[in-house]
Design a protein around this ligand. Structure first.
Ligand code: 5GP
Ligand code: MN
Length: 339
């Protein structure tokens, strides 16, 4: 984002505008934290701004300031369509291709709003007039902080805004441990705490609100864990039956794949989750070092993401998907054994 871009955006935001802020489908902590963080800022500037999410988000995020104002396209389509059609400005956060918004793709593509992308995924599409796209960033929340810095707006970060950005940086960095975490990330986190973010409370709200069923589901997932030593790979499956038995709720499987990656001598991990309603197997992939799960997901599972964390899907059955996964592994053995 050039200084010319920044001054144009400053000019754009200098008078009240109608603004929609869009995260990706199945929004995670970074998607919700970044869109709500930006919302807090825009509301302070007296804009008419709203976050419209493609669908619902996990309960462990349902305490973040202003989360109750988020419209869900899945259930509030008419109201959302009207707001998108009238919008002067559209921010798209934590994704870089309209298909990542599921059913919102058509209306977003048609929109005449000035589009501003803030995102840290690879290979962005070219739909935005202003693009702040940086794959080295830990999180979109970290980028929103830098964006506010560029706008000379760090002073407008209050406790609520700081809380939103803290959540996304924390969740996208695995609590500040993934490779994308830099000293700058920590400095920003320190600044957010100084602005009022209550770090202990936030960790508690996100990570220590397990239901009994979720822990049982984790037990089931760990029971299903398989290791393929020659590929330094581990994977987990969860069938619809298993999910139903333990009263699965959105977000319950978040982080499960990391247990597979935590195994000694494993550098590549996957979880395959059967979604009978959408007739797909949802896949999450994680890796260590330079092994790109983004590339593997793009090539084999219609997905994408980052080098070390990506997602995708398969239209095959659960066991066929696992068979396909196992069959493609040998071609990566050399690189997996050199990570
Ligand atoms: P997760 O496995 O936690 O769902 O996602 C890991 C990363 O991959 C996230 O940054 C997410 O945005 C991205 N991702 C997840 N699913 C998909 C997908 O189906 N397509 C693409 N392009 N990216 C995905
Ligand atoms: Mn993110």
């Amino acid at each position: 984002m050039s200084s010319q871009d920044i001054s144009e955006i400053k000019e754009l935001l200098s008078s009240p505008k109608k603004i929609v802020i869009i995260p990706h489908k199945n929004p995670d902590g970074d998607a919700i934290g970044s869109t709500l963080g930006l919302l807090h800022y825009l509301l302070k500037l007296n804009h008419n701004a709203v976050v419209i999410a493609p669908n619902d988000f996990p309960d462990f995020l349902k305490w973040i300031p202003k989360q109750d104002t988020i419209l869900k396209y899945e259930t509030q389509q008419n109201e959302s369509d009207a707001l998108i059609n009238e919008a002067d400005i559209m921010f798209t956060l934590d994704f870089n291709a309209f298909h990542r918004t599921g059913n919102m793709e058509t209306i977003l593509t048609k929109s005449n709003a000035v589009k501003i992308m803030i995102d840290h995924h690879q290979q962005p599409d070219n739909y935005a007039k202003y693009m702040f796209s940086d794959v080295t960033m830990s999180s979109t929340c970290e980028m929103v902080y830098h964006f506010l810095d560029k706008l000379d707006a760090l002073d407008s970060i209050d406790k609520n805004l700081a809380t939103c950005l803290y959540v996304g940086i924390m969740t996208d960095t695995g609590s500040f441990r993934f490779r994308s975490t830099t000293s700058t990330t920590h400095t920003i986190i320190a600044n957010l705490i100084d602005k009022g973010a209550n770090n202990t409370q936030i960790h508690n709200n996100v990570y220590d609100t397990n239901s009994y069923n979720r822990l049982q589901l984790l037990g089931c997932a760990l029971n299903n864990l398989k290791i393929i030593p020659e590929s330094r790979t581990a994977y987990i499956t969860l069938s619809q039956n298993e999910l139903q038995k333990l009263d699965y709720k959105k977000g319950d499987t978040e982080g499960f794949v990391n247990y597979a990656l935590s195994l000694n001598n494993v550098v590549f991990a996957a979880i395959f989750i059967e979604d009978k309603q959408n007739k797909i197997i949802k896949i999450s992939l994680r890796s260590k070092g330079d092994f790109s799960v983004n590339e593997l997901s793009r090539t084999h599972f219609e997905g994408g993401g980052h080098t070390n964390a990506a997602g995708g899907k398969s239209d095959l059955t659960l066991s066929e998907t696992v068979d396909k996964f196992i069959s493609i592994l040998p071609q990566y053995n050399k690189v997996l054994n050199n990570v």
